[in-house]
Every structure is written in C-alpha cells, then in structure tokens.
Design a protein around this ligand. Structure first.
Ligand code: PLP
Length: 385
C-alpha cells in the first residue's frame, strides 16, 4: 500500500469494531472487564498499558515511517524523555546536532544532566565533527534534520553508517520534514521521533509525540518504559490525531508548494537579506535535501534587511499570519526566534549558530498563496515607511 492509502486505512478496519464503525471509535474506558479469571492477563487490562484507540493510532504511526512498531506519547518531549530513560544509563554520553529544538536542548542540559547523562553538541553538517566527538561512553547520536530555525541538514545515511561501526543508536527527530517527505529508518536510523503536535496532527489542537522503530529489542525496552513512566497519549487525542493523519499527504503537498513559492518571492525581494529553505538552489545543502527528502516541507526562515526593529514592524503588520510559536498546522504562523522560540538561547550561542535578531521564521500554512504574499506585501510596506 502507498502512503496516502495507508494513512487513511491502517488501524481503521470496521471488521475490528463491534458495530462496524467506518472510523475507529474513541475507547475512553480506563479498565477492561474479563469473563473469567483465566483471561485476566489477556487483551486489554488497563488503559495506560494499552488502549484500543491509542493502539490503532500506534499502528497508523508505524506505517507512516515504514516501521514495525509505533508508540504514542503525551508530547514530543515525553517521547524523547522515555526513549532516553529506556536506553541510556548514568555515565553515558549523547552526541547531538548543535542546532537542536530549544525544548530538547533544555531537557538535555537542565534535566538529564542531573542523572549523569552527558551531551556534546557539534555541527552535524561535517561528519568529521561527529567522529571527533565519539568517546568510550558514547551510546547515542541525536539528529534533527532539517533544524530549527536555520534549516540546516544532517546526512542521515552517512551518520547511520558511522554509528553502526561504532555500535551507537541513531535517533532522528523528523518533526520538520514529516514522514511524508523523509523516512529516516529507510536511511539506516534506529529510531524516529516526532512531535505529532506539528505536521502529523496538523490542526494545532493536540500536543503529542511518537516513536517509530523496527528493532524488537529496542521496542521492548521503550514499550516497557512507556507504561512504567506513563506519559501516554489520551484516547481522545489519539482519535484526533488519527483524523488529522488522513490528510497528511495532501496537506504536506500544499505546505511545500506554498513554501517554495514564498521562498522564491522572498529571495527576489529587495527588503530581504537572506532566505533559508532547503528547496532553494541557493541553500548550501540543497543537493543533500534532494537526496534524502522527497519534498522540502513548509518551514522557512529569512533575514529582513535592517535590524530587530524592521522584523518587529513586519510581523506586527500581518493579518493572515498569526504571531505565534509552534508550527505545522494548516494556518500560517510567523515568529521572531530571538524574541520568541529561541529567546532562552544565550546571545553568545545564537551568534555562534547564526540566529540573527532580524531573522523571521515562518510556518507556511495551506491557505491560498496569493493571500499570503499579499499579507507579506503589507508587512514590507510598513518596514519601508
Ligand atoms: C515541538 C518540537 C518538539 C517538542 O514537541 P512537543 O510536542 O512540543 O513536546 C521536538 N522537536 C521538534 C523539532 C519540535 O518542533
């Protein structure tokens, strides 16, 4: 079965449901009664360890990444925490891309450090940097590609080959690309992770996370910890995400089409200094993007000419784009990383990774692109005045 067909049908077989519901129902019950004492350990027992609606979503999630297993969590960060606590011990070491999602960086540097898990941040655009960072206690490589907000890429295949040689577990946060445009497991990664809050649900109404993988051994460990730690996705949210996933492919097509039109518009605009979008030929890793992604997604960033004041004037004038953090919903969002998503990153660090005060990040929605450009025209006019 192809992607869109799977996203609609997997986990929804009406034959599995008592009344033949065409869509899988929400099972809110926290516990499940047994006919006799012989059956107490069979099937569903308690909703944290297993829930029919969540399990249906987990089947659907797995197929999106061509994975054997899927697991759903109460947030992307809950998924990350569970993966790390399942697979690492005190004294072990992670190597992570230095341009990580801010919440992941906070988890690593302000929570995991209390448990003796050490993290090194390096620029993954050069594999040599990773080779140099490997130590005797290194256990995991943490990739995010493309990154946030500068859309840097890491070569998943090349890093996975290196990691196999060194016996390291490769985790890829695939939130930005979505499973429609990039499948890290097919490129050799061990674990894929998503904030399903973003593109997978796609309607800005659920916070959730997912892990997809093929290894029986790693699955058993993470599944055990999903229940033991308990950061599961609720039945209602599982059902909403199942609904969102059915349109993932057509949403992503439109996100990417709109984003590429806007990226070109911005690249040719006299008030724009620089555009970051992997689909542009001017992107330094455009060739890698073409190699490992099937499309370039709906996220882009640009530096407006001038300073922070110009960026502020621009975003405050827009009426269709909401001034908001987060991404991946059908509606367009805009933000200034230095004031919003990356304000917790020190000025020093921002300088080092290249996040300027005049940088604006855009989550391009699926509206009519003409309307989005007209909105931007209003913003640029305000800057000019
Ligand atoms: C949002 C996000 C997360 C965290 O997910 P939550 O659902 O907010 O906990 C992790 N990684 C990336 C790339 C994200 O965009």
């Amino acid at each position: 079965m192809k992607f869109t067909t799977k996203s609609i049908h997997v986990g929804e077989n009406p034959k599995d449901v008592e009344y033949g519901d065409a869509i899988y129902p929400i099972h809110l019950s926290t516990t499940f009664a047994k006919q006799s004492l012989d059956e107490v350990e069979e099937g569903y027992v308690y909703s944290r360890s297993g829930n029919p609606t969540r399990n249906s979503l987990e089947k659907k999630l797995a197929t999106l990444e061509n994975a054997k297993y899927g697991l759903a969590f109460s947030s992307g960060l809950a998924a990350e925490t569970t993966v790390i606590l399942s697979l690492l011990k005190q004294g072990e070491h992670i190597i992570a891309f230095d341009d990580l999602y801010g919440g992941t960086r906070r988890l690593f540097s302000k929570v995991l450090n209390h448990f003796g898990i050490e993290v090194s941040y390096v620029d993954f655009r050069e594999i040599e940097n990773i080779k140099k960072a490997i130590k005797s206690n290194t256990k995991m490589i943490w990739i995010e590609t493309p990154t946030n907000p500068l859309l840097k890429l890491a070569d998943i295949k090349e890093i996975s080959i290196l990691s196999k040689e060194k016996n390291l577990i490769v985790v890829v946060d695939n939130t930005f690309a979505s499973p429609y445009f990039q499948n890290p497991l097919d490129l050799g990664a061990d674990i894929v992770l998503h904030s399903i809050t973003k593109y997978i649900n796609g309607h800005s109404d659920v916070v959730g996370g997912a892990v997809m993988l093929n290894s029986d051994l790693l699955y058993e460990k993470i599944k055990f910890h999903q229940n033991s730690i308990g950061a599961i996705l609720s039945p209602f949210n599982s059902w909403l995400v199942m609904r969102g996933i059915k349109t993932l492919s057509i949403r992503m097509e439109r996100h990417a089409k709109n984003a590429s039109i806007i990226a070109e518009y911005l690249e040719n605009h006299p008030y724009v200094e620089k555009v970051y979008y992997p689909g542009l030929e001017s992107h330094p890793q455009h060739m890698l993007a073409k190699k490992q992604m099937r499309g370039f997604g709906g996220m882009l960033s640009f530096e407006i000419k001038g300073d922070l004041e110009s960026a502020k004037k621009f975003v405050e004038k827009l009426t269709i784009f909401s001034l908001a953090e987060s991404l991946g919903g059908v509606e367009s969002l805009i933000e200034i990383p230095s004031l919003m998503t990356h304000s917790a990153v020190s000025v020093e660090e921002r300088k080092k990774t290249g996040i300027k005060d005049s940088l604006i990040r855009v989550s391009v929605g699926i509206e009519e692109v003409e309307d989005l450009i007209e909105d931007f025209e209003k913003g640029f006019k305000a800057v000019k005045e």
